[in-house]
Design a protein around this ligand. Structure first.
Ligand code: HEC
Length: 177
């Protein structure tokens, strides 16, 4: 693909078109500066929340889910698991994960200027993302039902299965930390 170089020779044109008109090499420089300023943080979403509120709300929910998950993990590792604590935590996961499909509206990604570990690929592969949410919600519901039954070995299996659904999403859609 040949580009006509003539545009690059005219300072006025080159200035107006920034570097992109000249392609070759320096074309991406202009993109990096945009999007990280935080100016989008207070923009209103269709659901009435600001971008920042939405991102912080989902992070809080996920933190609660993570906390409940850790409680279950710790108890399962214990010599005498506290089944009541597991049951409470297992009920927390599906409750906190309710409505998760609505936590990632357009505009709440890495370009929002708000600190987030959500990757842009969420909005490029929305269907896969949503299906991974369903997988987790289904597994968490089963984990909860199993936990209420009180059989620790069965809880261990359901916990592992649920953990796999968290990881399947994080591996693809969440920034590595
Ligand atoms: C469909 C995708 C998906 C699934 C399923 C999922 N997560 Fe996440 N999780 C994310 C994304 C994306 C973020 C980053 C959110 C952000 O920073 O805006 C995240 C962030 C988190 C965080 C960090 C929250 C914070 O900012 O403090 C924890 C903890 C977490 N997830 C735990 C879990 C656990 C436990 C499960 C399974 C029960 C799970 N997640 C299932 C996508 C997912």
């Amino acid at each position: 693909m040949k580009m006509r170089k003539i545009a690059c020779l005219t300072p006025a044109v080159a200035g107006l078109m920034l570097l992109t008109a000249c392609g070759q090499g320096g074309g991406d420089a202009g993109d990096e500066a945009s999007g990280a300023s935080g100016e989008n943080a207070t923009a209103a979403l269709p659901n009435g929340m600001t971008v920042q509120e939405q991102i912080e709300a989902r992070q809080k929910k996920l933190e609660n889910i993570g906390g409940a998950f850790k409680t279950i993990s710790d108890q399962l590792k214990s010599d005498s698991p506290d089944v009541a604590a597991i049951q409470t935590a297992a009920a927390t996961v599906p409750a906190e994960a309710t409505g998760m499909a609505d936590w990632f509206p357009e505009g709440t990604g890495p370009d929002s200027g708000v600190e987030t570990e959500a990757l842009a690929i969420i909005w490029q592969e929305k269907e896969d993302f949503l299906s991974k949410i369903s997988d987790m919600q289904n597994a968490a519901a089963t984990l909860n039902t199993t936990a209420q039954g009180g059989d620790v070995a069965a809880i261990g299996e359901a916990f592992k299965a649920t953990g796999g659904t968290c990881k399947a999403c994080h591996d693809k859609f969440r920034l590595d930390d």
